[in-house]
Design a protein around this ligand. Structure first.
Ligand code: SF4
Length: 427
Protein backbone atom coordinates (compact mmCIF):
# COMPACT_ATOMS: atom_id res chain seq x y z
CA UNK A 1 0.00 0.00 0.00
CA UNK A 2 1.29 3.46 -0.87
CA UNK A 3 1.35 5.88 2.04
CA UNK A 4 -0.10 9.35 1.67
CA UNK A 5 2.69 11.89 1.31
CA UNK A 6 2.94 14.26 4.29
CA UNK A 7 2.37 17.94 3.71
CA UNK A 8 5.54 19.94 3.05
CA UNK A 9 6.10 23.26 4.76
CA UNK A 10 7.15 25.83 2.14
CA UNK A 11 8.88 26.72 -1.14
CA UNK A 12 6.43 25.69 -3.88
CA UNK A 13 6.29 22.09 -5.10
CA UNK A 14 9.54 22.00 -7.11
CA UNK A 15 11.02 19.36 -4.81
CA UNK A 16 7.80 18.04 -3.31
CA UNK A 17 7.47 14.27 -3.06
CA UNK A 18 5.06 12.67 -5.50
CA UNK A 19 2.60 9.92 -4.73
CA UNK A 20 3.10 7.34 -7.49
CA UNK A 21 0.01 5.25 -8.26
CA UNK A 22 -0.05 2.19 -10.47
CA UNK A 23 -3.53 0.72 -10.30
CA UNK A 24 -6.82 0.78 -12.11
CA UNK A 25 -7.38 3.89 -14.23
CA UNK A 26 -10.48 5.72 -15.44
CA UNK A 27 -9.56 7.63 -18.59
CA UNK A 28 -10.64 8.18 -22.20
CA UNK A 29 -8.44 7.00 -25.06
CA UNK A 30 -6.33 9.05 -27.48
CA UNK A 31 -8.95 8.94 -30.23
CA UNK A 32 -10.61 11.84 -28.41
CA UNK A 33 -7.91 14.22 -29.70
CA UNK A 34 -9.38 13.87 -33.20
CA UNK A 35 -12.31 15.96 -31.98
CA UNK A 36 -10.18 19.12 -31.83
CA UNK A 37 -7.45 18.13 -34.30
CA UNK A 38 -9.86 17.67 -37.22
CA UNK A 39 -11.20 21.19 -36.70
CA UNK A 40 -7.70 22.64 -36.77
CA UNK A 41 -6.02 21.13 -39.84
CA UNK A 42 -8.56 21.88 -42.49
CA UNK A 43 -7.29 19.66 -45.31
CA UNK A 44 -6.52 16.63 -43.14
CA UNK A 45 -8.59 13.51 -42.60
CA UNK A 46 -8.33 11.15 -39.62
CA UNK A 47 -9.13 7.56 -40.51
CA UNK A 48 -9.43 5.46 -37.38
CA UNK A 49 -8.73 1.81 -38.02
CA UNK A 50 -10.83 0.33 -35.28
CA UNK A 51 -14.07 -1.18 -34.07
CA UNK A 52 -17.65 0.03 -33.85
CA UNK A 53 -16.89 1.08 -30.27
CA UNK A 54 -14.20 3.45 -31.58
CA UNK A 55 -16.65 4.85 -34.15
CA UNK A 56 -19.30 5.40 -31.48
CA UNK A 57 -16.85 7.09 -29.15
CA UNK A 58 -15.85 9.55 -31.85
CA UNK A 59 -19.36 10.25 -33.02
CA UNK A 60 -20.64 10.97 -29.55
CA UNK A 61 -17.58 12.94 -28.45
CA UNK A 62 -17.62 15.12 -31.56
CA UNK A 63 -21.39 15.44 -31.88
CA UNK A 64 -21.11 15.40 -35.68
CA UNK A 65 -23.98 16.69 -37.75
CA UNK A 66 -25.12 13.99 -40.12
CA UNK A 67 -25.18 16.42 -43.06
CA UNK A 68 -21.58 17.58 -42.68
CA UNK A 69 -18.66 16.18 -44.66
CA UNK A 70 -16.70 15.17 -41.58
CA UNK A 71 -12.92 15.16 -41.53
CA UNK A 72 -12.72 11.86 -39.73
CA UNK A 73 -14.15 8.38 -40.07
CA UNK A 74 -13.62 4.80 -38.96
CA UNK A 75 -12.55 1.85 -41.06
CA UNK A 76 -14.24 -0.94 -39.12
CA UNK A 77 -12.20 -4.03 -38.41
CA UNK A 78 -14.78 -6.81 -38.69
CA UNK A 79 -14.89 -10.50 -37.80
CA UNK A 80 -13.20 -11.55 -41.05
CA UNK A 81 -10.21 -9.31 -40.29
CA UNK A 82 -10.05 -10.52 -36.71
CA UNK A 83 -10.22 -14.15 -37.79
CA UNK A 84 -7.44 -13.56 -40.32
CA UNK A 85 -9.78 -14.47 -43.21
CA UNK A 86 -9.13 -11.19 -45.02
CA UNK A 87 -5.86 -9.36 -45.57
CA UNK A 88 -6.43 -6.24 -43.49
CA UNK A 89 -3.73 -4.32 -45.42
CA UNK A 90 -5.54 -4.97 -48.73
CA UNK A 91 -8.85 -3.94 -47.18
CA UNK A 92 -7.26 -0.75 -45.89
CA UNK A 93 -5.84 0.10 -49.33
CA UNK A 94 -9.33 -0.26 -50.80
CA UNK A 95 -10.95 1.91 -48.10
CA UNK A 96 -8.32 4.64 -48.52
CA UNK A 97 -8.59 4.61 -52.34
CA UNK A 98 -12.39 4.99 -52.11
CA UNK A 99 -12.09 7.78 -49.54
CA UNK A 100 -9.54 9.78 -51.54
CA UNK A 101 -11.54 9.39 -54.72
CA UNK A 102 -14.66 10.75 -53.03
CA UNK A 103 -12.83 13.51 -51.15
CA UNK A 104 -10.40 15.38 -53.43
CA UNK A 105 -10.01 18.07 -50.71
CA UNK A 106 -7.91 15.74 -48.51
CA UNK A 107 -4.17 16.52 -48.57
CA UNK A 108 -3.03 14.84 -45.39
CA UNK A 109 -4.38 11.50 -44.21
CA UNK A 110 -3.74 10.13 -40.74
CA UNK A 111 -4.25 6.42 -40.19
CA UNK A 112 -5.09 6.28 -36.49
CA UNK A 113 -4.43 3.01 -34.65
CA UNK A 114 -6.80 1.73 -31.99
CA UNK A 115 -6.96 -1.10 -29.45
CA UNK A 116 -8.36 -3.56 -32.06
CA UNK A 117 -5.75 -2.66 -34.70
CA UNK A 118 -3.00 -3.12 -32.11
CA UNK A 119 -4.45 -6.40 -30.90
CA UNK A 120 -4.34 -7.87 -34.42
CA UNK A 121 -0.91 -6.23 -34.88
CA UNK A 122 -1.92 -4.31 -37.96
CA UNK A 123 1.20 -2.38 -38.97
CA UNK A 124 -0.17 1.07 -39.78
CA UNK A 125 3.24 2.73 -40.21
CA UNK A 126 3.98 0.29 -43.04
CA UNK A 127 0.52 0.95 -44.48
CA UNK A 128 1.11 4.72 -44.28
CA UNK A 129 4.42 4.42 -46.17
CA UNK A 130 2.86 2.28 -48.88
CA UNK A 131 -0.20 4.50 -49.25
CA UNK A 132 1.93 7.65 -49.32
CA UNK A 133 3.86 6.19 -52.26
CA UNK A 134 0.59 5.34 -54.02
CA UNK A 135 -1.11 8.69 -53.51
CA UNK A 136 1.76 11.19 -53.58
CA UNK A 137 2.13 14.02 -54.42
CA UNK A 138 -1.54 14.79 -53.84
CA UNK A 139 -1.85 13.20 -50.42
CA UNK A 140 0.62 12.48 -47.65
CA UNK A 141 -0.28 9.56 -45.38
CA UNK A 142 0.97 9.34 -41.79
CA UNK A 143 0.05 7.10 -38.89
CA UNK A 144 -0.12 7.28 -35.11
CA UNK A 145 -1.78 5.40 -32.29
CA UNK A 146 -4.89 6.63 -30.48
CA UNK A 147 -5.26 3.34 -28.64
CA UNK A 148 -6.64 3.32 -25.13
CA UNK A 149 -4.16 0.75 -23.87
CA UNK A 150 -2.10 2.46 -21.16
CA UNK A 151 -2.67 5.97 -22.47
CA UNK A 152 -4.69 9.03 -21.61
CA UNK A 153 -6.81 11.05 -23.98
CA UNK A 154 -4.53 14.02 -24.65
CA UNK A 155 -1.77 11.67 -25.77
CA UNK A 156 -3.65 11.35 -29.05
CA UNK A 157 -2.65 14.91 -29.96
CA UNK A 158 0.91 14.31 -28.80
CA UNK A 159 1.19 11.20 -30.97
CA UNK A 160 -0.34 13.01 -33.95
CA UNK A 161 2.03 16.00 -33.74
CA UNK A 162 5.02 13.74 -33.09
CA UNK A 163 4.13 11.89 -36.33
CA UNK A 164 4.19 15.22 -38.17
CA UNK A 165 7.63 16.28 -36.91
CA UNK A 166 9.81 14.16 -39.28
CA UNK A 167 7.82 15.67 -42.17
CA UNK A 168 8.42 19.31 -41.19
CA UNK A 169 10.65 21.26 -43.56
CA UNK A 170 14.19 21.99 -42.38
CA UNK A 171 14.87 25.58 -41.43
CA UNK A 172 17.35 27.39 -43.73
CA UNK A 173 20.96 27.29 -42.50
CA UNK A 174 21.07 31.09 -42.45
CA UNK A 175 17.72 31.47 -40.66
CA UNK A 176 17.41 33.94 -37.79
CA UNK A 177 15.98 32.62 -34.48
CA UNK A 178 12.24 32.04 -34.79
CA UNK A 179 9.43 31.05 -32.49
CA UNK A 180 7.38 27.87 -32.81
CA UNK A 181 4.27 27.51 -30.63
CA UNK A 182 3.33 23.85 -30.33
CA UNK A 183 -0.07 22.53 -29.33
CA UNK A 184 -3.50 22.87 -30.89
CA UNK A 185 -5.22 26.16 -30.12
CA UNK A 186 -8.59 27.36 -31.41
CA UNK A 187 -8.03 29.71 -34.38
CA UNK A 188 -9.37 32.70 -32.46
CA UNK A 189 -6.87 32.15 -29.61
CA UNK A 190 -4.03 31.57 -32.06
CA UNK A 191 -4.86 34.89 -33.76
CA UNK A 192 -4.85 36.70 -30.40
CA UNK A 193 -1.40 35.30 -29.58
CA UNK A 194 -0.06 36.08 -33.06
CA UNK A 195 -1.16 39.72 -32.64
CA UNK A 196 0.42 39.93 -29.19
CA UNK A 197 3.71 38.46 -30.42
CA UNK A 198 3.71 40.90 -33.35
CA UNK A 199 3.14 43.86 -30.99
CA UNK A 200 6.02 42.59 -28.86
CA UNK A 201 8.21 42.59 -31.97
CA UNK A 202 8.18 38.84 -32.66
CA UNK A 203 6.77 38.67 -36.16
CA UNK A 204 8.25 35.31 -37.10
CA UNK A 205 6.01 33.02 -35.06
CA UNK A 206 4.60 29.77 -36.41
CA UNK A 207 2.13 27.36 -34.95
CA UNK A 208 2.19 23.57 -34.89
CA UNK A 209 -0.13 22.23 -36.17
CA UNK A 210 -0.78 24.75 -38.94
CA UNK A 211 -4.25 25.22 -40.32
CA UNK A 212 -3.31 23.61 -43.63
CA UNK A 213 -0.99 20.68 -44.25
CA UNK A 214 1.14 22.68 -46.70
CA UNK A 215 1.82 25.39 -44.08
CA UNK A 216 3.49 23.33 -41.36
CA UNK A 217 6.41 25.22 -39.77
CA UNK A 218 10.08 24.61 -40.50
CA UNK A 219 12.30 23.39 -37.67
CA UNK A 220 16.01 23.49 -36.89
CA UNK A 221 18.61 24.72 -34.38
CA UNK A 222 17.32 28.31 -34.55
CA UNK A 223 13.80 27.26 -33.58
CA UNK A 224 12.77 28.35 -30.09
CA UNK A 225 10.00 26.03 -28.97
CA UNK A 226 7.20 27.33 -26.77
CA UNK A 227 4.58 24.81 -25.65
CA UNK A 228 0.96 25.92 -25.56
CA UNK A 229 -0.14 22.52 -24.26
CA UNK A 230 1.59 20.68 -21.42
CA UNK A 231 0.95 17.16 -22.74
CA UNK A 232 3.37 17.16 -25.69
CA UNK A 233 6.22 15.06 -24.29
CA UNK A 234 6.84 12.98 -27.43
CA UNK A 235 6.39 15.94 -29.77
CA UNK A 236 8.87 17.96 -27.73
CA UNK A 237 11.40 15.14 -27.87
CA UNK A 238 10.96 14.81 -31.63
CA UNK A 239 11.35 18.57 -32.17
CA UNK A 240 14.41 18.69 -29.94
CA UNK A 241 15.95 15.85 -31.93
CA UNK A 242 15.65 18.17 -34.95
CA UNK A 243 17.44 20.96 -33.11
CA UNK A 244 14.59 22.98 -31.56
CA UNK A 245 15.36 24.55 -28.19
CA UNK A 246 12.64 24.33 -25.56
CA UNK A 247 11.74 27.54 -23.71
CA UNK A 248 11.06 26.87 -20.02
CA UNK A 249 7.78 28.55 -19.15
CA UNK A 250 4.54 27.98 -17.30
CA UNK A 251 1.50 27.50 -19.54
CA UNK A 252 -0.67 30.40 -20.73
CA UNK A 253 -3.63 29.94 -18.39
CA UNK A 254 -4.81 33.03 -16.52
CA UNK A 255 -3.29 36.49 -16.47
CA UNK A 256 -0.15 35.42 -14.63
CA UNK A 257 0.45 32.25 -16.65
CA UNK A 258 -0.04 34.08 -19.95
CA UNK A 259 2.27 36.92 -18.88
CA UNK A 260 5.05 34.57 -17.81
CA UNK A 261 4.62 32.50 -20.98
CA UNK A 262 4.90 35.55 -23.23
CA UNK A 263 7.81 36.95 -21.23
CA UNK A 264 9.70 33.65 -21.47
CA UNK A 265 9.32 33.69 -25.27
CA UNK A 266 10.39 37.33 -25.45
CA UNK A 267 13.46 36.67 -23.33
CA UNK A 268 14.47 33.67 -25.48
CA UNK A 269 14.29 35.88 -28.57
CA UNK A 270 16.04 38.87 -27.01
CA UNK A 271 13.05 41.25 -27.00
CA UNK A 272 13.34 44.39 -24.87
CA UNK A 273 11.31 43.80 -21.63
CA UNK A 274 9.91 47.36 -21.82
CA UNK A 275 8.40 46.58 -25.22
CA UNK A 276 6.87 43.39 -23.82
CA UNK A 277 5.37 45.27 -20.88
CA UNK A 278 3.85 47.88 -23.20
CA UNK A 279 2.37 45.20 -25.47
CA UNK A 280 0.73 43.16 -22.73
CA UNK A 281 -0.31 45.88 -20.29
CA UNK A 282 -3.87 46.47 -21.52
CA UNK A 283 -4.96 42.83 -22.11
CA UNK A 284 -3.30 41.75 -18.86
CA UNK A 285 -5.13 44.42 -16.90
CA UNK A 286 -8.47 43.43 -18.47
CA UNK A 287 -7.85 39.79 -17.51
CA UNK A 288 -6.87 40.70 -13.93
CA UNK A 289 -10.05 42.73 -13.49
CA UNK A 290 -12.27 40.04 -14.97
CA UNK A 291 -10.66 37.46 -12.70
CA UNK A 292 -11.25 39.58 -9.60
CA UNK A 293 -15.00 39.03 -10.00
CA UNK A 294 -14.58 35.24 -10.18
CA UNK A 295 -12.09 35.24 -7.34
CA UNK A 296 -14.75 36.62 -5.01
CA UNK A 297 -16.82 33.48 -5.69
CA UNK A 298 -14.01 30.93 -5.59
CA UNK A 299 -11.61 32.13 -2.91
CA UNK A 300 -10.91 29.50 -0.26
CA UNK A 301 -12.77 26.71 -2.11
CA UNK A 302 -10.95 23.37 -1.87
CA UNK A 303 -10.17 21.61 -5.12
CA UNK A 304 -9.26 18.00 -5.94
CA UNK A 305 -7.96 16.91 -9.36
CA UNK A 306 -8.19 13.32 -10.57
CA UNK A 307 -5.60 12.52 -13.25
CA UNK A 308 -7.08 12.82 -16.73
CA UNK A 309 -6.15 15.59 -19.16
CA UNK A 310 -2.52 16.34 -18.16
CA UNK A 311 -3.63 19.96 -17.70
CA UNK A 312 -4.05 19.41 -13.97
CA UNK A 313 -0.84 21.03 -12.68
CA UNK A 314 -1.12 24.29 -14.68
CA UNK A 315 -4.83 24.56 -13.88
CA UNK A 316 -4.21 23.97 -10.17
CA UNK A 317 -1.54 26.67 -10.22
CA UNK A 318 -4.00 29.06 -11.91
CA UNK A 319 -6.79 28.26 -9.45
CA UNK A 320 -4.49 28.67 -6.45
CA UNK A 321 -2.62 31.81 -7.42
CA UNK A 322 -5.23 33.74 -9.36
CA UNK A 323 -8.50 32.58 -7.80
CA UNK A 324 -7.40 31.90 -4.23
CA UNK A 325 -8.60 28.27 -4.37
CA UNK A 326 -6.89 25.56 -2.34
CA UNK A 327 -5.77 22.51 -4.33
CA UNK A 328 -5.67 19.60 -1.87
CA UNK A 329 -4.61 16.92 -4.35
CA UNK A 330 -3.44 17.39 -7.92
CA UNK A 331 -3.38 14.11 -9.81
CA UNK A 332 -1.74 13.88 -13.20
CA UNK A 333 -1.53 10.82 -15.45
CA UNK A 334 2.20 11.48 -16.03
CA UNK A 335 4.59 13.94 -14.46
CA UNK A 336 7.08 15.13 -17.08
CA UNK A 337 9.30 17.24 -14.86
CA UNK A 338 11.17 18.91 -17.73
CA UNK A 339 7.83 20.21 -19.03
CA UNK A 340 6.42 21.07 -15.62
CA UNK A 341 9.30 22.54 -13.62
CA UNK A 342 7.97 26.11 -13.85
CA UNK A 343 4.49 25.00 -12.85
CA UNK A 344 5.66 22.92 -9.90
CA UNK A 345 7.64 25.86 -8.52
CA UNK A 346 4.50 28.01 -8.58
CA UNK A 347 2.16 25.53 -6.89
CA UNK A 348 1.50 26.25 -3.21
CA UNK A 349 3.71 24.26 -0.85
CA UNK A 350 1.76 21.48 0.77
CA UNK A 351 -0.23 20.53 -2.32
CA UNK A 352 -0.39 16.75 -2.56
CA UNK A 353 0.77 15.70 -6.02
CA UNK A 354 0.01 12.27 -7.38
CA UNK A 355 1.09 10.63 -10.63
CA UNK A 356 -0.77 7.76 -12.28
CA UNK A 357 -3.90 6.32 -10.76
CA UNK A 358 -5.22 3.76 -8.36
CA UNK A 359 -8.80 4.88 -8.60
CA UNK A 360 -10.25 3.25 -5.47
CA UNK A 361 -7.52 4.64 -3.22
CA UNK A 362 -7.81 8.03 -4.80
CA UNK A 363 -11.57 8.02 -4.25
CA UNK A 364 -10.94 7.22 -0.59
CA UNK A 365 -8.54 10.17 -0.29
CA UNK A 366 -11.03 12.41 -2.07
CA UNK A 367 -13.87 11.47 0.30
CA UNK A 368 -11.60 12.01 3.29
CA UNK A 369 -10.54 15.44 1.98
CA UNK A 370 -14.18 16.44 1.31
CA UNK A 371 -13.24 19.08 -1.31
CA UNK A 372 -15.70 21.69 -2.57
CA UNK A 373 -14.99 20.79 -6.19
CA UNK A 374 -13.56 17.72 -7.92
CA UNK A 375 -12.16 17.88 -11.46
CA UNK A 376 -12.37 14.42 -13.00
CA UNK A 377 -13.25 12.32 -16.03
CA UNK A 378 -16.81 11.58 -17.08
CA UNK A 379 -16.71 8.09 -15.61
CA UNK A 380 -16.14 9.36 -12.08
CA UNK A 381 -18.28 12.49 -12.21
CA UNK A 382 -21.72 10.87 -11.96
CA UNK A 383 -20.92 8.56 -9.02
CA UNK A 384 -19.29 11.45 -7.16
CA UNK A 385 -22.24 13.74 -7.82
CA UNK A 386 -24.51 11.00 -6.48
CA UNK A 387 -22.47 11.12 -3.27
CA UNK A 388 -23.09 14.86 -3.04
CA UNK A 389 -19.64 15.90 -4.29
CA UNK A 390 -19.59 18.73 -6.86
CA UNK A 391 -17.65 17.89 -10.02
CA UNK A 392 -16.27 19.46 -13.17
CA UNK A 393 -15.57 17.33 -16.26
CA UNK A 394 -11.90 17.68 -17.10
CA UNK A 395 -12.59 17.02 -20.78
CA UNK A 396 -14.64 20.24 -20.92
CA UNK A 397 -11.51 22.15 -19.98
CA UNK A 398 -9.74 20.68 -23.00
CA UNK A 399 -12.61 21.30 -25.41
CA UNK A 400 -13.09 24.94 -24.37
CA UNK A 401 -10.92 27.92 -25.41
CA UNK A 402 -9.09 28.61 -22.13
CA UNK A 403 -5.64 29.93 -23.13
CA UNK A 404 -4.60 33.55 -22.98
CA UNK A 405 -5.76 36.82 -21.45
CA UNK A 406 -9.10 37.06 -23.21
CA UNK A 407 -10.16 33.59 -22.05
CA UNK A 408 -8.92 33.87 -18.44
CA UNK A 409 -12.32 34.80 -17.01
CA UNK A 410 -14.04 32.06 -19.05
CA UNK A 411 -11.60 29.56 -17.59
CA UNK A 412 -12.40 30.74 -14.06
CA UNK A 413 -16.12 30.53 -14.87
CA UNK A 414 -15.70 26.86 -15.76
CA UNK A 415 -14.71 26.25 -12.13
CA UNK A 416 -17.36 28.59 -10.69
CA UNK A 417 -20.33 27.19 -12.62
CA UNK A 418 -20.69 23.78 -10.95
CA UNK A 419 -20.39 25.37 -7.49
CA UNK A 420 -23.02 27.92 -8.43
CA UNK A 421 -25.31 25.18 -9.75
CA UNK A 422 -24.92 23.19 -6.52
CA UNK A 423 -25.79 26.28 -4.43
CA UNK A 424 -28.91 26.91 -6.50
CA UNK A 425 -30.00 23.28 -6.28
CA UNK A 426 -29.58 23.38 -2.53
CA UNK A 427 -31.63 26.60 -2.39
S1 SF4 B 1 -9.27 2.87 -29.21
FE1 SF4 B 1 -9.68 1.33 -27.63
S2 SF4 B 1 -10.38 2.51 -25.85
FE2 SF4 B 1 -10.56 3.85 -27.67
S3 SF4 B 1 -12.69 3.57 -28.36
FE3 SF4 B 1 -11.39 2.14 -29.54
S4 SF4 B 1 -11.49 0.22 -28.37
FE4 SF4 B 1 -12.21 1.85 -26.99
Amino acid sequence: MTAVIPIVADGGCADAPVLHQRGQREVFCGLTGIVWLHRKVQDAFFLVVGSRTCAHLLQSAAGVMIFAEPRFGTAIIDERDLAGLADAQDELDRVVARLLERRPDIRLLFLVGSCPSEVIKLDLSRAAERLSMQHQPRVRVLSYSGSGIETTFTQGEDACLAALVPQLPAEAATAAPSLMVAGTLPDIVEDQFARLFATMGIADVRFLPARRSGGMPAVGPKTRLLLAQPFLADTTKALQSRGAQLIAAPYPFGAEGTTRWLQAAAQALGVDPARVRAAIEAPRERAVQALARQRALLQGRRLFFFPDSQLELPLARFCARELGMVPVEVGTPYLHRHLMSEELALLPAGTRISEGQDVERQLDRCRADAPDLVVCGLGLANPLEAEGITTKWSIELVFSPIHGYEQAADLAALFARPLDRRTRLAA
